[in-house]
Design a protein around this ligand. Structure first.
Ligand code: ADP
Ligand code: MG
Ligand code: ZN
Length: 476
């Protein structure tokens, strides 16, 4: 119980530019191996890199969104190491003077918010990919990814649990997508996390850390950190010492194993990149980027609360992604009379059904227009809210409009007082005992009659009208 966990995260975010960081090759995902390469990203001698300024612009935008300092002059360095997927033998990166420094993110924690420091964001280039599977014991190299731009976002060691680390990552993931600086698709490797984990007894100095690699889902990140914390505590309690090393998480086994002892910065023989001039940005350019900053998740959530009167819960659910927020705004545009009804039906009914089918809002078989059509029929009393849920089920299954489903299934709400009176009189005739007791003063039986009438109408009687007519007719 007297152990404290300390976590710092390094996140590699692929910047979603059309062309690579230092050459004109396409960054499109999934092309035939080695079809998106040129002498620069193949590492041919004598080829000169030229920075894609879109990478700098998107890094500045990200820096502004985390309230960081933008360095108007930053520098590129060579990080040297040998690996088959790195044809130049070095990676262009930024070491002593990155483009962004000293920012932070506020993350949600159990008792409010916690501020996590972000040490730096630097620009670098991705390596290629080694392919080993299904190749009869040989390995191939695909250099399409070689030179694709990355932002490495390095946090302070400010997180104290796996849950905080996951909360930070989710916040960062959401942010880069809102900013449109990255697709951040974890399955495509566009958002990759290394977790530095150490433990210490409360009050002690920082312990020795292990760096966990290969964490490609939020669930694995939590598993890997929890496993690592338990491993380190057990090791120290048994009299051992944590060694600084890189460990690879095996998601199938739920364990990590040592990959290599941790390299230090000097192992990389960082030195200034002689082929690239310093990266200079003017204050005017930074101000222009700030002026074009899109609405961020927190601002969107607040606007949904103030403009549409949503609960903080609904506002939060509907501002999770730009897709969700855009869909909700289309729904309100099509059913403007009741934004809260829109939120309620979208957040609870539609998203619930989509989740069961494992679908995203983008794949919803019911469009915002069609859901608005359903809400219109509730608003004008054509159907009750209860029947509307069945109509939505049918719409999800068939892709038909609400009106088409209501028509074909004969679900129109009965609001004709003559028809409702007929139903009520029949129920009264069928239940003489209850009627007598009610008239003798047993008021509670009112609900019994409402229930019977609704049941007899298969839920289609207008409930307000049933109430009103029962009040008259039961009195006798
Ligand atoms: P490197 O570049 O060699 O990985 P850094 O000093 O840049 O080393 O740190 C990388 C990450 O490790 C940062 O996110 C930092 O917050 C985190 N970190 C540093 N020391 C510790 C520690 N003792 N425990 C947990 N995380 C740490
Ligand atoms: Mg590192
Ligand atoms: Zn190229």
């Amino acid at each position: 119980m007297n152990w404290e966990t300390v976590i710092g995260l390094e996140v590699h975010v692929q910047v979603n530019t059309n062309t690579k960081a230092f050459c004109g090759c396409s960054t499109a995902f999934g092309a035939e191996p080695n079809t998106q390469t040129c002498p620069v990203c193949l590492g041919m001698p004598g080829q000169l890199p030229v920075l894609n300024m879109e990478v700098a612009r998107k890094s500045v935008l990200t820096g502004l969104a985390i309230n960081a300092t933008i360095n108007l002059e930053s520098k590129f360095d060579r990080k040297n190491y040998f690996y088959p997927d790195l044809p130049k033998g070095y990676q262009i990166s930024q070491f002593p003077l990155p483009i962004v420094e000293h920012g932070y993110l506020d993350i949600p924690v159990a008792d409010g918010e916690k501020r996590i420091g972000i040490t730096r964001i630097h620009i670098e280039e991705d390596a290629g990919k080694s392919m080993h599977e299904g190749l009869d014991g040989v390995s191939h190299i695909d250099l399409n990814r070689s030179g694709v731009p990355l932002m490495e976002i390095v946090s302070e060691p400010d997180m104290r649990s796996a849950d905080e680390a996951v909360a930070y990552l989710k916040q960062l993931h959401q942010l880069v997508r809102f900013l449109d600086v990255s697709g951040a698709d974890m399955e495509k490797g566009q958002f990759r996390c290394d977790a530095n984990v150490s433990v210490r007894r409360f009050g002690e100095a920082l312990g020795t850390r292990a760096e966990l690699k290969n964490l490609n889902s939020f669930r694995f990140i939590k598993q890997a950190i929890d496993y690592e914390v338990a491993r380190q505590i057990e090791l120290i309690e048994d009299g051992g010492q944590v060694v600084q090393e890189t460990r690879l998480f095996d998601s199938a086994k739920g364990e990590s194993r040592s990959m290599r002892s941790k390299e230090e910065a000097h192992d990389y023989r960082y030195f200034p990149e002689p082929d690239l001039p310093p990266l200079r940005i003017s204050q005017e350019e930074v101000d222009g980027i700030r002026a074009g900053m899109p609405e961020l998740p927190g601002q969107l959530r607040e606007r949904f609360e103030s403009e549409f009167g949503l609960s903080s819960y609904d506002a939060d659910v509907l501002s999770q992604t730009l897709d969700l927020a855009g869909w909700y705004e289309s729904l309100v545009a099509a059913h403007p009379s009741d934004p809260k009804r829109c939120a309620n039906w979208m957040a609870n009914e539609l998203l619930g059904r989509l989740k069961e089918q494992g679908k995203d809002i983008a794949d919803s078989p019911v469009s915002a227009q069609d859901l608005a059509g359903l809400l219109d029929r509730i608003a004008d009393n054509t159907i009750s809210g209860k029947i509307a849920k069945d109509v939505l089920d049918a719409m999800m299954a068939t892709g038909e409009s609400a009106d088409a489903v209501i028509e074909s299934k004969g679900l129109k709400q009965v609001s004709d007082s003559g028809a409702i009176d007929t139903l009520i009189l029949q129920i009264m005739a069928d239940n003489p005992g209850q009627l007598e007791q009610f008239r003798a003063g047993k008021d509670k039986l009112f609900g019994f009659f409402v229930g019977q009438v609704m049941k007899a109408s298969k839920g289609q009687a207008n409930p307000g009208m049933v109430n009103q007519r029962l009040q008259d007719l039961l009195k006798g």
